[in-house]
Write a protein that binds this ligand. Structure first.
Ligand SMILES: [Zn+2]
Length: 200
C-alpha cells in the first residue's frame, strides 16, 4: 500500500519525526489516511482509516486529526490522488519565520514546485478554519507552507506528492543556506517563464 511505503520513506529521509504529519491517497470515492498519533515509519496497512470524501464518514478507526484539510484538497482538486503533510526542519523554520520557499531559485524548483509556494495563514491544527485557509490557495499550487506549522504537498499520486515534499524541503534548506551566505538570487522572470514553458 502506497501510504505505508511513502510513510516509511518520509520517516527514513528525516522529513517527519515522532508521530508528526499525515498522508493520504485517493482510491475512488474514498481516501485512505494515516490514523491519529502514529509514527509514519512504522505504519501497518491494517491501521489505515478509510474516509468517504463526500460525507467525511470514517471507517476502521480514528483518522488523522488533519482529516478536514485532506478532504478539502480532494474535493477541490479532482486531479489530486495523493496528499503529504509533514513538519520538515527547514520548511518549518521558514514557516515559523512567516516566510515561504521561492521555487525560482533553481530550474528544478520551478519544474517540481511550480511558480509559487503559498504561505497559508495560521489556523489551529485539525480545525475547519485551517481547511478553509488551505481551500483558498489549493487551486493555484501543488506545494504549500503552513504558517508556524509545516508543509503540504499534493500530486497526481502519492509518489508525485512525496517527490514534491522532498524537493520542497531541499529548497527550503537551500534558501536557508543562501540567507547565511548573504548571497543567491532567483532566476530572472524571463528565465523562469522559459523553464516553465519547456516543461509544459
Ligand atoms: Zn501538522
Amino acid at each position: 500500500m502506497d501510504v505505508v511505503r511513502y510513510g516509511r520513506l518520509l520517516y527514513e529521509k528525516g522529513l517527519t519525526s515522532g508521530t508528526g504529519g499525515n498522508i493520504s491517497a485517493r482510491v475512488g470515492d474514498v481516501m485512505m489516511i494515516t490514523p491519529s498519533g502514529t509514527c509514519k515509519g512504522m505504519l501497518d496497512p491494517t491501521e489505515l482509516v478509510t474516509v468517504d470524501i463526500a460525507t467525511g464518514r470514517a471507517v476502521g478507526g480514528r483518522p488523522s486529526m488533519e482529516t478536514p484539510f485532506h478532504l478539502t484538497v480532494y474535493r477541490e482538486r479532482p486531479d489530486v490522488r495523493g496528499v503529504v503533510h509533514t513538519h520538515p526542519r527547514f520548511c518549518t523554520a521558514l514557516a515559523c519565520a512567516g516566510m515561504t520557499v521561492d521555487p525560482a531559485l533553481t530550474p528544478e524548483g520551478l519544474m517540481v514546485l511550480g511558480r509559487k509556494v503559498p504561505l497559508v495563514p495560521y489556523a489551529t491544527p485539525g480545525t475547519e478554519a485551517l481547511a478553509e485557509a488551505l481551500r483558498r490557495e489549493v487551486g493555484g499550487a501543488n506545494a504549500f507552507l503552513l504558517a508556524s506549522h509545516g508543509a503540504i504537498s499534493v500530486g497526481k499520486d502519492l509518489k508525485d506528492a512525496f517527490h514534491r515534499m522532498e524537493t520542497l524541503e531541499a529548497h527550503a534548506e537551500l534558501q536557508y543556506r543562501l540567507a547565511l551566505l548573504g548571497k543567491g538570487r532567483p532566476l530572472s522572470e524571463e528565465e523562469a517563464e522559459r523553464v516553465l514553458r519547456e516543461r509544459a
